[in-house]
Design a protein around this ligand. Structure first.
Ligand code: WT7
Length: 588
């Protein structure tokens, strides 16, 4: 197939199915100002502290108090096919109750409250209720195991965790190591068993008793709102802190890129443990007063096609790995009705042209790739409904955003030259506010007013940006950002392992897979069973999805004389590429 397609999808021959919110990119870019965007939402931005800046006021209360009060905000589709609908008025009531529950437990503004739940409506109620109180909400994947949980909850000094009966034991197993953790709120959803413990609070009972009126807490736009842990090359995951003012970029981009309009049914497939699930699963869509589908069940092509069909999804935001899995599944799409779909977007990893052409073939629509990062809090570079797509490109900087390719000294490079992808920090309203308890790390992201993304890219003569790769050892598997250090740390905890190095190995479906090189203790025999055991060990200690799909046993790791593992040498060898200068390596 490759090579038989043109290098551009013209929007003249493939026009958007509906008049898009942005009809002329150049005009929108020329007209845009963050000041106007802020005053449109916040009104008099001279106010110092007001509940109107609160994310939950903008996502829920505002709509519950106007003509959208009975509009469906959340359409929950459970795996068994049952559905539950929450209107904006319902969300207001429920989030008021939850804020009251937290307040009754002594939670205050700026305290950290973490969510550790599967995809059920309560996690959205909790998320928005925490913000309503002015507390800082942290999210975590339900796949996380004790190591990953402990890292995040101890670093953030979280005082409350909201979880469910099934996941509760993982928190209880580590609570003795979490001196700041005061309460665990547990959603039961029908399961009756709840261990009796003084720090465990039953969600349903507490919600029943709580008042449904609450005064949304006044915040300043720059007050902390949510935090997400993300991985770099070294050390433990870092807590990226975002503020209430992020709502403006979330809404602007949900309108410009996802093109949400009043009657859309929108499905963001991202989990809330991921920044996409926060910004585009909550902030943007509800900021605009839209209707969002939440699918609880597991990924399977049949399940996903059924969600698209049965709920008449119009706008779909997904990820390249999922698209490649659908493509590769061979499931016959002809028996499904996708006629309601009108706009498709993807994020998280390079979107290969074949996937975009496949979308056009199966849905009659191309996927619009979008680029951003946890630290950025919102889409910065993107394809847009009214812009021609160059398959394989991430698109253009959004209105308001200045992007550039820099050399190592921070000079802007000319079109066509590959370098470091950077954004003018002052043009990204939703840029993180800090790294929790790590100002030094935060500062290291910047050269002057440029925020350095860590990706390398180039910009072509038409102003389209093209992703080349990461400048560091961070792994992107199925769109998820994994720090090699975390996986290495989990591996070395196994009694047979002396040390380990972990790299991302290119993979046709997942983008990359995690590959580990493991040095075993003297006398330990290598075997396939041991590989399986190590995989299981990482799955059950760190997280269900961050385990090495491939393991090689080796005698020693390439290291610098100062003891730093040279992952790039292992990666080059793995790929059959030149290993570069190895003169600084010890013992290799
Ligand atoms: C990293 C950020 C974007 C929100 C979810 C992921 C990679 C992201 C693309 C894209 C190529 C992409 C980059 C980036 N990435 N989008 N469209 N094309 N690569 O956020 O977990 O913070 O990861 O994901 O390497 O730096 P994240």
């Amino acid at each position: 197939m490759l090579g038989t397609h043109p290098d551009r999808i013209s929007k003249t021959t493939n026009p958007p199915r509906q008049k898009p919110n942005i009809e002329d990119y150049d005009l929108a870019r020329a007209d845009f100002s963050w000041q106007t965007a802020n005053s449109k939402l916040f009104g008099d931005v001279a106010d110092v502290c007001s509940s109107k800046y609160n994310i939950t006021y903008n996502c829920v209360d505002r709509h519950a108090e106007d003509s959208r009060r009975d509009k469906t905000a959340l359409l929950y589709a459970a795996e068994d096919g049952s559905t539950e609908r929450f209107t904006y008025a319902d969300l207001k009531k429920q989030t008021n109750k939850f804020a009251n529950v937290l307040s009754g437990l002594g939670v205050n503004k700026n305290d950290r409250v973490f969510i550790f739940m599967p995809a059920i409506p309560e996690r959205y109620i909790a998320f928005l209720g925490i913000l309503k109180l002015g507390a800082v909400v942290g999210t975590m994947f339900a796949a996380f195991q004790e190591e990953a949980l402990l890292d995040r909850l101890s670093d953030s000094e979280a005082s409350v965790v909201v979880t469910n009966t099934e996941l509760l034991p993982r928190i209880q197993n580590i609570q003795s190591k979490l001196p700041c953790l005061q309460k665990i709120i547990v959603v039961q959803r029908g399961s009756t068993e709840l261990p009796v413990a003084s720090n465990v609070v039953a969600y349903e009972a507490a919600m029943q008793d709580a008042s449904d009126s609450f005064q949304t807490v006044a915040v300043k736009p720059e007050d902390f709102a949510y935090m997400l842990y993300t991985s770099g090359t070294t050390g433990k995951p870092k807590g990226v802190i975002h503020s209430h003012s992020d709502i403006v970029q979330a809404m602007a981009t949900t309108s410009a890129v996802l093109d949400i309009q009043e009657n859309d049914i929108y499905w963001c497939t991202a989990d809330i443990g991921w920044v996409t699930g926060v910004v585009y699963g909550v902030l943007g869509i509800w900021g605009l007063g839209g209707t969002s589908v939440l699918y609880e069940g597991r990924f399977s092509p049949e399940n996903w096609y059924r969600v698209l069909q049965d709920h008449k999804v119009t706008v779909w935001y997904s990820a390249p790995t999922a698209i490649r899995m659908l493509m590769g599944s061979g499931v016959d799409t002809a028996s499904y009705d996708f006629s309601h779909l009108r706009h498709l977007c993807s994020v998280g990893e390079p979107s290969n042209p074949e996937a975009i052409w496949w979308g056009l073939e199966v849905f009659g629509l191309p996927f619009h790739d979008t680029w951003w990062q946890t630290e950025l809090g919102g889409i910065c570079i993107s394809n847009l409904p009214a812009l021609d797509i160059k398959p394989g490109s991430m698109g253009k900087p959004l209105p308001g955003i200045e992007a550039a390719i820099l050399d190592p000294a921070g000079n802007v490079l000319a079109p066509g030259q590959q370098g470091s992808l950077a954004l003018r920090a002052s043009t990204v309203q939703s840029l993180m506010k800090t790294i929790w308890h790590n100002q030094g790390k935060y500062d290291s992201y910047f050269i002057g007013d440029w925020y350095i993304s860590g990706d390398s890219a180039y910009c072509d003569a038409d102003g389209y940006f093209w992703f080349v790769g990461r400048n560091d050892d961070v792994i992107n598997t199925a769109g998820e950002r994994i720090g090699p250090f975390e996986v290495e740390s989990a591996l070395v905890e196994h009694p047979n392992v002396v040390e380990a190095a972990v790299i991302g190995k290119p993979d046709a479906v997942r983008g990359e897979i995690i590959k580990a090189f493991v040095v075993l203790k003297d006398g330990v025999k290598t075997s396939d069973e041991l590989k399986k055991e190590l995989q299981q060990f990482v799955k059950s200690h760190l997280s269900g999805h961050s385990y090495p799909r491939e393991i090689d046993f080796i005698d020693h790791l390439p290291k610098t004389r100062s003891g730093k593992i040279m992952r790039r040498v292992l990666k080059a060898k793995e790929l059959g590429l030149p290993t570069g200068d190895t003169s600084t390596l010890e013992n290799y």
